[in-house]
Design a protein around this ligand. Sequence first.
Ligand code: MD3
Ligand code: FE
Length: 217
Amino acid sequence: MHADSQTDLFAGDGGVVMLADGACVLRGFATQASAALLDAIDTVTTIAPWRHMVVPGGRRMSVAMSNAGALGWNSDARGYRYATLDPLSEAPWPPMPAAFTQLARDAAARAGFAGFEPDACLINRYAPGARLSLHQDRDERDFSQPIVSVSLGLPAVFLFGGPKRADPTQAVPLQHGDVVVWGGPSRLRFHGVRPLADGEHPATGRCRINLTLRRAG
Ligand code: MD3
Ligand code: FE
């Protein structure tokens, strides 16, 4: 193990890196499952297609999104909320794929959150240049439940901030197969994703896909 944590984050040797109290990177934890996860993402997005949601200020997000599970996250001009129906089809969101649930349980348990049972998965797709500005995830009911995030495809730089928007951010490189578990005191920290650098990944082509598995209801 190298002393330098940035080096460790790039190494991809399957280790665990603590980012902060309650937040840890499980490097390569989803590598074995990645083909099954990508197959399931294709199934979900055939039913609930990728879309660019609008934020309350009126701007269209650069990240394309879909959802699986009993609840799906949606943003429109009126605000953000979880709902049981996809507003595009007015049908329930596609069921949570078993591969998502299993990976989320295993990763959460490994990070010390035994008994995590996600009921929502937001699926984010980043094309080159797409970004996510600093925000908190606070639309869920119970902040004692962690969020499990899975990175697939092109690498990205994740920005991990503090409890206030103006707090300094730490840049965390995330690669295909990395899983991050965010819980405890880290659960409400500001975070974002830098604009995606162009590239080509054998598993996804010219994009990055991120799953965030949540207990929303
Ligand atoms: C830190 N997604 O969907 S996942 C999001 O890569 C979101 O697509 C990013 O932020 C992405 O809301 C980052 C990592 C993540 C998710 C939830 C967090 C980091 C978090 C909650 C608290 C602190
Ligand atoms: Fe977030």
